[in-house]
Design a protein around this ligand. Structure first.
Ligand code: ASP
Length: 321
């Protein structure tokens, strides 16, 4: 009898392991803001969607081949950083003094390990540097030239800041200076959340920040809990939007905390948090996956570049509301 019980217990455990091991998902954003169909040509729309799809597919195939979510998130974000379309890496917006200053962070939900960098001017893929900080330093958050010294000590190549400057971003800076406005309503930050076959969740976010920023301004993106958060017990989140408001509302952690302490669904938790952001006067969006593979792509702006792909075949790539 005892043997029989053991036998059933083993079968049950194996079954639940198998269940866990068959499913995975990935979600990506390329920023939120006043993204209106009227301001978009068909070609531009196609280019954005294609790049999002390419990035999603790279991460998806890593997960499909039993890869880790941290590898999928890094690889997906690198594709978006290397594209001029998004405000990260090569497409980063310019600061007031016509330089690029990039921020990035990454977090793994199995061990709550995290890495972040800010004010990066000479590293092609800041997300890779953030991961390096997470995995090969005793710190969580490095900034500016110190972060770049760390990068060099780990074998990264430094490239001149001029390599990141595109005509498109120069024009945006000039326009914004003419309007004497400090802010821009387009947030092109990129982010990715993935859950792998082992149930490990990773979140990552990368940005050039906000056009015309001054005084080494740092947004929410490299701040763990604001721009990025991951916890296997709850969810993974990556934010995009007006960083100051996302910091003040501790957006990514606020969503996770509602799941942890109030047993909220990820959908309702994200709604509540974005409502708080809006009430303070901020705008933006979040993507996320919870431990049960529920996906959210929520925003309180006109649009958000976004997409997801799940192992059960569900997939979507969208831009507008
Ligand atoms: N959240 C970013 C920042 O404030 C901007 C963005 O999402 O595009 O730096």
């Amino acid at each position: 009898m005892k043997l029989l019980v053991y036998y059933f217990l083993i079968i049950l455990t194996l079954n639940s392991c198998n269940k866990k091991n068959n499913h995975f998902a990935i979600v990506v954003h390329g920023g939120a803001g006043t993204i209106l169909k009227d301001n978009m040509t068909n070609e531009m729309e196609k280019a954005y969607k294609q790049k999002l799809e390419e990035a999603l597919n790279v991460g998806y195939s890593i997960l499909k081949q039993n890869g880790k979510s941290v590898d999928a998130v890094e690889a997906t974000i690198k594709i978006l950083e290397d594209s001029e379309l998004f405000n990260a890496g090569k497409g980063s917006v310019l600061s007031n003094n016509e330089e690029v200053e990039m921020d990035a962070s990454i977090m793994t939900g199995d061990n709550l390990n995290a890495g972040a960098v800010s004010g990066i001017k000479k590293i092609k893929n800041p997300i890779t540097l953030a991961r390096k900080v997470m995995e090969e330093s005793e710190h969580v958050f490095l900034s500016g030239s110190g972060a770049e010294d760390f990068a060099v000590s780990k074998g990264f190549k430094l490239i001149d800041n001029s390599n990141f400057i595109t005509n498109n971003r120069l024009n945006s800076l000039k326009n914004i200076k003419k309007r004497e406005s400090n802010t821009d309503n387009k947030f092109g930050t990129v982010g990715c959340v993935a859950i792998d076959k082992n149930g490990n969740i990773t979140s990552g976010t990368s940005t050039g920040g906000m056009t015309n920023k001054k005084w080494n301004r740092i947004g929410d993106v490299p701040i763990i809990g604001a721009g990025t958060y991951a916890n296997n017990q709850t969810c993974g989140i990556s934010s995009t939007g007006w960083g100051e408001y996302f910091i003040r509302n501790v957006v990514a952690y606020d969503i996770s905390a509602q799941i942890e302490y109030n047993k909220k669904s990820i959908k309702n938790a994200a709604k509540n948090t974005l409502k708080k952001v809006k009430e303070l006067g901020g705008s933006g969006g979040v993507i996320g996956i919870d431990k049960n593979l529920n996906i959210i792509m929520d925003f309180n702006t006109e649009g958000m570049y976004r997409g997801y792909k799940k192992s059960n075949g569900d997939t979507a790539i969208e831009i507008y509301k």
